[in-house]
Design a protein around this ligand. Structure first.
Ligand SMILES: NC(=O)c1ccc[n+]([C@@H]2O[C@H](COP(=O)([O-])OP(=O)(O)OC[C@H]3O[C@@H](n4cnc5c(N)ncnc54)[C@H](OP(=O)(O)O)[C@@H]3O)[C@@H](O)[C@H]2O)c1
Length: 263
């Protein structure tokens, strides 16, 4: 990220971590295109971001499971409204189904891989050649610690995140010669809508009250509280900046030290 005039595509930009990244970029003078499914939430977030400024915001509603068509459409729209090749991509449209590997239906395996693995990969394949031709660009993928510490109740997400770590590494290798970077961020439990959804999933499996599960997740936070979307966004915006110019082909955990393996 240079001092001015970056053009960012943010998938999952209408809510949660993606939305917080959009806010931090816009206040630093960069333009953003938010991508998600719900047009109303996208429009509301875009109005709020444009009121903040000085960067500008646009939105594009699409289901990112529909690949590779959706990625091509997103990038074409981004180039049109932002008047140039995107210089930043945050892949953040994903989820984390609470399920074991055998409990998950084949359809669920396919859906979760379609959104997060195929979705992230299609966006990277659509944008990387353009960034490389421009010799400018940073891609950050919101992955997750389950890709390092496979978790039996996040079986599908663990596999998706592990696969994303591998593909990001090889894409980072391909992009190096053009000075384009690809970095993964691994949040642990982070206080967003997704956490509430996960608490509901755990409650259904354990026959507990969802509010109690959520409270336990918050109370069990390694550093006394869970990171917010804003906390994770601050790391992402740093990784997008020139100050992180030598960080590529790796992943950074932001989980309060919960991950037990060596980095
Ligand atoms: N929060 C955590 O604890 C945590 C931990 C580890 C990893 N992560 C990862 O970080 C990423 C962001 O998480 P978050 O907590 O910010 O999630 P969130 O608050 O639930 O936001 C998800 C965003 O993705 C969009 N989205 C969902 N499905 C989509 C689809 N099919 N097509 C297009 N857009 C879609 C949502 O908008 P619409 O619903 O309108 O489409 C929303 O903008 C995810 O990949 C998640 O797995 C999160």
């Amino acid at each position: 990220m240079e001092q001015t005039n970056d053009r960012a595509i943010i998938t999952g930009g209408s809510r949660g971590i993606g939305r917080a990244v959009a806010e931090q970029l816009v206040t630093r003078g960069h333009d953003v295109l938010l991508v998600a499914r719900n047009a109303e939430t996208l429009a509301q977030s875009t109005v709020a971001l444009n009121a903040l400024g000085p960067g500008k915001a646009w939105w594009f509603a699409t289901d990112l499971t529909d690949q590779p068509t959706a990625a091509g459409e997103v990038v074409a729209y981004a180039e049109r409204v932002m008047e140039g090749v995107p210089t930043l991509l945050l892949n953040g449209a994903g989820g984390a189904s609470i399920t074991g590997a055998l409990d998950a239906s084949w359809t669920l395996w396919q859906q979760d891989f379609s959104l997060k693995f195929w979705g992230y990969l299609a966006m990277m394949r659509a944008v990387l050649p353009k960034m490389m031709e421009n010799r400018r660009g940073v891609i950050v993928n919101l992955v997750g610690v389950a890709g390092k510490d496979p978790n039996p109740t996040l079986a599908v997400a663990s596999a998706v995140n592990g696969a994303l770590r591998a593909v990001s590494k090889v894409l980072a290798d391909e992009a190096k010669s053009a000075h384009v970077r690809v970095v993964n961020v691994n949040p642990g439990a982070t206080d967003t809508d997704l956490l509430v959804e996960m608490a509901r999933g755990i409650a259904a499996r354990t026959h507990k009250d969802p509010a109690q599960v959520l409270a336990e997740m918050r109370q069990g936070a390694p550093l006394g509280s869970l990171p917010t979307a804003w906390d994770v966004a601050s790391l992402i915006v740093f990784l997008m900046s020139d100050a992180a110019g030598f960080i590529t082909g790796t992943s950074i955990d932001i989980d309060g030290g919960a991950h037990r393996g060596l980095a």
